[in-house]
Design a protein around this ligand. Structure first.
Ligand code: IPE
Ligand code: IPE
Ligand code: MG
Length: 253
């Protein structure tokens, strides 16, 4: 259990026990932003921020399991992030491979199912193999479905879904007269996952940056200035506590 052992700082009145008495979101999605700025402020290379960010993600997986969150979806690399300087992209790819390989045993032991959501066709072969190996080795796990959005862009996802729908329509596999909007959900990379109940964005920006546009129609949003590498268990508890105070009406009274 080496990979998942971590001592958490004291979390004040927001304890696991008190939160578990309330409504725990079934699906939490996170835009893990602020790694680079966290590092730059400390006069460290941005890559150190990404490394620390990967550790915080591991802690977050443990916290989700402890709380009873069933689905965690983490935005780790967007379609647009391919346009970053080649050196940063290279460092990030190296980190993804290292972290996925290092954490695989821990995910297996902790009954975590790994799921890649993103544009697989453009993911470099070497990284895709590591992701797909982790998916294969964890495919029967049930405690937590941990989706990593990598090379992910929501507009591309929706566009790909529409193309697949057109193909199935041509093959007479779809009756367009009786089709419902939910049909489209089944064509997204997230097919089979419930929509997120809570979306957290760290790093101070109040935007969605092309993440799960279709899926977050009725998701509760939580924005925080805390940079992702500082987003510890206590901060996660605060987000859950905020969610527990929301009144979700879904358009009804
Ligand atoms: C998020 O942190 C991680 C990725 C997008 C890969 P950033 O790298 O965007 O960090 P900031 O926003 O520049 O601080
Ligand atoms: C969003 O962060 C993507 C990830 C966290 C992986 P960005 O840093 O890429 O978003 P923008 O550029 O500030 O919108
Ligand atoms: Mg950013």
């Amino acid at each position: 259990m080496r990979c998942f052992v971590y001592r958490f700082p004291f979390s004040g009145s927001l304890s696991l026990k008190s939160l578990k008495k309330g409504n725990i979101p079934q699906h939490v999605a996170i835009i893990m932003d602020g790694n680079g700025r966290w590092a730059t402020r400390r006069k460290l290379p941005r890559s150190i921020g990404h490394q620390r960010g990967a550790e915080v993600l591991r802690e977050t997986v443990v916290t989700c399991k402890d709380l009873g969150v069933k689905y965690l979806t983490a935005y780790s690399f967007s379609s647009e992030n391919w346009q970053r300087p080649a050196e940063e992209v290279k460092d990030l790819m190296k980190l993804f491979i290292e972290v996925l390989q290092r954490e695989l045993d821990g995910m297996i032991e902790n009954d975590v199912k790994l799921n890649l959501i993103g544009q697989r066709e453009i993911i470099p072969e070497k990284i895709l193999r590591v992701f797909e190996n982790a998916e294969e080795k964890t495919k029967f796990n049930k405690s937590l479905v941990f989706s990593i959005a990598f090379s992910y862009g929501s507009k591309q996802e929706i566009f790909d879904a529409v193309k697949k729908i057109c193909i199935d329509y041509d093959r007479s596999e779809i009756d367009i007269e009786t089709a419902k909007p939910e049909m489209l959900s089944g064509y997204l990379y997230t097919a089979g996952l419930p929509d997120p109940d809570l979306l957290i964005r760290t790093g101070g920006e109040s935007r969605i940056s092309n993440f799960l546009l279709w899926q977050i129609a009725y998701t509760e949003l939580y924005f925080t200035d805390i940079m992702w590498p500082d987003f510890n268990r206590k901060n996660f508890f605060k987000a859950i506590s905020s969610f527990q105070k929301r009144n979700r009406r879904f358009g009804r009274l």
